[in-house]
Design a protein around this ligand. Structure first.
Ligand code: PEP
Ligand code: MN
Length: 348
């Protein structure tokens, strides 16, 4: 249950309620909102205690989550949509962001070239996989630590924060050593709970992809894990789900965009690349994502997709990507928002 106090309630009153609930064995979490105290209460509250809370004049509303125990990522736990910071980039709120880069980091020069191209075209965050979750054990597995170093160097050269997928908690020190700005939890690891806990404890921003066959509820609980174990900056990313359809790699589920707005305060991005698997249909899917309320899109870019070491068929050429960013700017405006200013610019 989420307790929303009257705006301006003295902290002593909040702590009194909190202490009472904790004496009864509940874990409680105070939201960071200062003006209006909000308290998440884990576990079922006894009827007698509940009726006491109902009579407490300091408590304006008691919100029972539609999904029991889903409280920290629940919309009612915050005053409005939250904004996650990745480096100097704000994800969520009134801005639309674009994440771009190669599927895999393929070498120091290669990632630097793509970084320049996407930065010039207007990307806000540079992506690139150093640890790759490949279906075949014989496919390119990524350069590991060396890939992280190459990605970060490219990000620094073009002044963009970087995001990269982590598959194993044991690799966390390498991500921290290389100052990776955001950890991506891939679709295949959305319910790897020990990884979620370790990533959450690192304190770094997290981009949480939806599992290949995860329900909205399972996905939100994965985000709840992150929040419960210490993550403060969490972003959801829809990347297509498994269906009977074989014409595309996955099926892009845009229905989650308006739905997540109702259920959660977290920013939500769309990765149409892994949903479609076909480069030429990514621009219209990106437009549709922003039209439906996405806080941003994540796509893959390669200078020569025919030789990409992974996901070549869904990689955009730099020119195609530049058009996509121009369209994202228009779609952001159509939906009453704006394309996030380039990192480092005075407006950012
Ligand atoms: C990726 O971003 O390259 C990736 C492997 O994504 P997903 O986990 O969504 O398949
Ligand atoms: Mn990929």
């Amino acid at each position: 249950m989420i307790l929303r106090f009257v705006r301006g309630t003295p902290e002593d009153d909040v702590q009194r309620v909190r202490a009472r609930l904790e004496r009864e064995g509940h874990r409680t979490v105070r939201s960071p909102e200062r003006e209006r105290p909000i308290l998440a209460v884990i576990g079922k509250i006894k009827p007698a205690t509940l009726s006491e809370l109902e009579r407490d004049p300091a408590i304006e509303a008691r919100v029972r989550s539609e999904i029991p125990d889903l409280v920290l990522v629940h919309r009612a736990f915050r005053e409005g949509p939250t904004v996650a910071r990745v480096g100097s980039v704000r994800v969520g709120g009134d801005d639309v962001v674009v994440i771009a880069g190669p599927c895999s980091v393929e070498g120091r020069e290669a990632v630097l070239e793509v970084a320049h191209a996407v930065r010039e075209a207007g990307a806000h965050i540079l992506r690139g996989g150093a640890y790759k979750p490949r279906t075949s054990p014989y496919a390119f597995q990524g350069f590991g630590v060396e890939g992280l170093s190459q990605l970060k160097a490219a990000g620094e050269a073009v002044k963009l924060p970087v995001v990269s997928e982590i598959m194993d908690a044991a690799d966390l020190p390498a991500f921290l050593d290389h100052h990776i700005d955001c950890l991506q939890i891939g679709a295949r690891n959305m319910q790897n709970f020990s990884l979620l806990k370790a990533v959450a404890a690192s304190g770094l921003p997290v981009l949480l992809k939806r599992g290949l066959a995860a329900t909205v509820e399972e996905w939100l609980f994965a985000a709840e894990y992150l929040a419960a174990f210490g993550a403060r900056e969490i972003m959801l990313c829809e990347r297509g789900i498994r269906t009977f359809e074989k014409a595309t790699r996955n099926t892009l589920d845009l229905t989650v965009l308006p739905l997540m707005r109702e259920w959660s305060h977290l920013p939500i991005l769309v990765d149409p690349a892994h949903a479609a698997g076909i480069a030429r249909i990514i621009p219209p899917l990106s437009r549709a994502s922003i039209a439906a309320g996405a806080d941003g899109v994540a796509v893959e870019v390669h200078l020569d997709p025919s030789v990409a070491r992974s996901d070549g068929p869904q990689a955009l050429l730099p020119g195609e990507f530049a058009r996509l960013v121009a369209e994202a700017r228009v779609m952001a405006a159509v939906t009453g928002r704006r394309l996030h200013p380039p990192p480092g610019s005075p407006a950012a």
